[in-house]
Design a protein around this ligand. Structure first.
Ligand code: RUQ
Ligand code: CUA
Length: 664
């Protein structure tokens, strides 16, 4: 018999070299697969699949079963497609305490829930690199809020939600010294580095986020998380690795211990302590960015403090459960009774029982403490182990029929097993090296089931080759029968990690089709062509412009000078679904704008040299879209060409307030 450790090292070697390629890469898909994924022209998909974009920082919307990407939603990265992060209105969304950040790494998603069921209201997304949590409104499919997380780095165990969307959590992956107290030697890791878990409260009606409290825990690497549900509602479970507290060559040094931990957090108890005044106020800095749907613009404010509860001092908030070999996924079954830990280097899957954990706590069935936090005895918390599931278990989802599905990176397969009996029921190869997997509604109390998608890390020979960088690959399985059936391969945008999905009806009601022009409260909105104008304020020029099929007003502007900062505030006057207009001008230093009907959007342009600058609409909006164009004349600095604007050669005197002494 090999010991855990030997198996672990074997697995480690496999990970280090290359994950193995399963046999039968051309595995025949079942005969009716094509029929099962075929969505006929004019028909709609059955399921919305929201897929994290990984290093792209964005989120994609994919239709299932077709696997068609319908849209990429910009979240943490600038998006030239629609000007997100480039327009003046959206730039504040990407502000942080470190300044403007145009990119991040987006791993996990959570759909808002009511009573443990997906309710179709919001989608939460994490940014790993500069810790943030975003909220997308699923009426508009827009990112409407981004909250930075202080005392955190590598925000990986995020954004997982409680069953009534009371909290979304964010756990730090890197143990770090507290913000502002972090100019310390790295060697002082064991004294100074901590693991902070943030509990972000969600407003029931508006969805607005605010950090209610943080828990200061030992300096582990918090990896993933899931909330309790049903009977375990009120608890949160976080996997953590590096209980060795290594700060260098973690590949080896954080793989020493046979077991790391799952930390069970009693957040209801934490709330009580907070109410009883046991929290400490800590001075920090973090950005809170909000999108205003009426003003069509974002604001960013810096917040200055956070309440922190100490896990070491407040004895009964946190408990540690030993979990073999660097746990990654931490998943809770639909009943809330079973907690599945997946050790990246383990050759079995431990399943813990919530009832047993409670009993062990009541009986103080502990095997010591770690930094003041009780360690529950492994056997006391254990429901049982899935034996020989595969190598490198990562993540588990559920179908609501008593089955669990675990992804195995190293042996490149999805394994189906019975939650109660822990028997392996089926296994299917993935192409290749699956990371996350997702069952539709598979982390809610009421999974929809039917489909499972494996998000694979390596593509190799699955698609037409496109040079050294290949797309990541997703695979759709039918899980309605006893055996999983591979139906479809499709490439993805960015590198998917976690994903969420729900039946289409949930997301189709009350979607925004256009913005009412009379509700537009943008300070530079132009609500009709007769209101369009150009106003100079010193070297700033504000163009109040409108767009409608198929012209801009004004479309001829003269009197701009080198050294001016020109702001094109373009209001799309259309009041109809699916009629955006674009706006671009030669030499623009950022991106085009894509302006939704009824919305106002602003492009800043700093012309660098005199010349004639054409501008045009970038979105094919009508038969005469190509005629939707105009000119801006830029004269040298100090020129006396008067500022005028025209539409159809009707000249208006557009002269705004002129500063004294300025050449007219
Ligand atoms: S984590 S598979 Cu963020 Cu598993 Cu990617
Ligand atoms: Cu407006 Cu093309």
């Amino acid at each position: 018999m090999k010991t855990y450790k030997q198996l672990g090292l074997a697995a480690l070697a496999a990970v280090t070299i290359v994950a193995c390629k399963p046999k039968g890469t051309e595995t025949a898909v079942s005969g009716d697969a094509a029929q099962k994924v075929y969505v006929a022209p004019g028909k709609l998909d059955e399921v919305y699949n929201f897929v994290s974009g990984g290093f792209s920082g964005q989120v994609s919307v994919v239709g299932l079963p077709s696997g068609r990407t319908i849209k990429v939603l910009p979240v943490f990265s600038q998006n030239p497609e629609n000007g997100y992060g480039y327009s003046e209105e959206t730039k504040p969304m990407l502000e942080t305490s470190h300044g403007f950040i145009p990119w991040d790494d987006q791993h996990h998603l959570s759909l808002s829930q009511t009573n443990g069921e997906i309710d179709g209201r919001w989608l939460f997304a994490n940014a790993n690199n500069t810790p943030r949590v975003a909220r997308l409104d699923l009426k508009s499919f827009k990112t409407v809020e981004i909250l930075e997380i202080p005392n955190s780095a590598g925000n990986h165990s995020s954004p997982f939600l409680t069953e009534n969307t009371e909290y979304v959590v964010a756990g730090t992956r890197f143990a770090v010294p507290a913000d502002g107290q972090d100019d310390v030697p790295i060697e002082s890791f064991k004294q100074n580095f901590k693991g902070y878990l943030s509990f972000i409260g969600i407003n029931k009606d508006s969805g607005e986020m605010d950090i209610t409290f943080q828990i200061e825990a030992p300096g582990f690497n918090f990896d993933l998380s899931h909330a309790g549900k049903g009977k375990s509602h009120g608890w949160f479970f976080f996997s953590c690795y590096n209980s060795e507290q290594a700060n260098t060559l973690l590949e080896v040094n954080a793989s020493q211990n046979e077991k790391d931990f799952i930390m069970a957090v009693n957040w209801k108890k934490a709330e009580e302590y907070l109410k009883a005044g046991k929290g400490k106020k800590m001075a920090v800095e973090y950005a809170h960015n909000k999108w205003d749907e009426e003003k069509h613009m974002a604001t960013s404010t810096i917040k200055k403090e956070v309440m922190v509860l100490s896990a070491e001092e407040l004895k009964d908030i946190c408990y540690l459960i030993p979990c073999p070999k660097s746990p990654h996924g931490c998943d809770v079954d639909p009943t809330g009774e079973y907690i599945v830990g997946s050790g990246k280097l383990a050759a079995l899957i431990p399943v813990f029982s919530f009832d047993k954990i409670q009993k062990a706590i009541a009986n103080k069935d502990f095997a010591g403490e770690f930094d003041g936090i009780p360690i529950i005895k492994y056997e006391a918390a254990l429901h049982g182990e899935v034996q020989k599931p595969g190598l490198g278990p990562l993540h588990t989802e559920f179908d609501g029929k008593g089955n669990a599905y675990t992804s195995h990176f190293v042996s490149s397969e999805v394994v189906k097993w019975d939650i109660k009996t822990l028997q392996v029921l089926d296994r299917q190869p993935t192409f290749y090296s699956v990371g996350h997997l997702m069952v539709v509604g598979g982390d809610s109390s009421k999974p929809y089931g039917k489909y499972l998608v494996a998000y694979n890390k390596i593509t190799k020979d699955r698609y037409l080759p496109v040079g050294p960088e290949l797309p990541q690959s997703a695979q759709l399985f039918d899980i309605s029968g006893d055996k999983m059936k591979l139906l479809l391969d499709f490439p993805t945008h960015g590198e998917p990690h976690y994903a969420q999905a729900g039946p289409a009806e949930l997301f189709m009601k009350d979607q925004v089709k256009f913005y009412k022009i009379e509700d537009n409260k943008h300070p530079y909105a132009t609500k009709g062509e007769n209101e369009s104008k150009v106003v100079r304020e010193g070297n700033k020029v504000h163009v109040y412009m409108t767009s409608i099929r198929s012209h801009f007003a004004p479309d001829n502007i003269e009197g701009i000078r080198v050294g001016d900062e020109v702001y094109f505030h373009v209001t799309n006057l259309e009041q109809d679904w699916d009629v955006p207009h674009g706006f671009a001008i030669k030499g623009a230093q950022n991106a085009e704008l894509l302006i939704m009907p009824g919305e106002t959007s602003t492009l800043r342009w700093d012309p660098k040299k005199p010349g004639m600058y054409p501008m045009y609409c970038t979105d094919f909006c009508s038969a005469l879209h190509q005629e939707m164009q105009g000119y801006v004349r830029v004269s040298p600095a100090g020129s006396n060409v008067p500022l005028t604007y025209h539409l159809n050669n009707k000249k208006d005197n557009a002269q705004g307030p002129v500063k004294q002494g300025e050449v007219k």
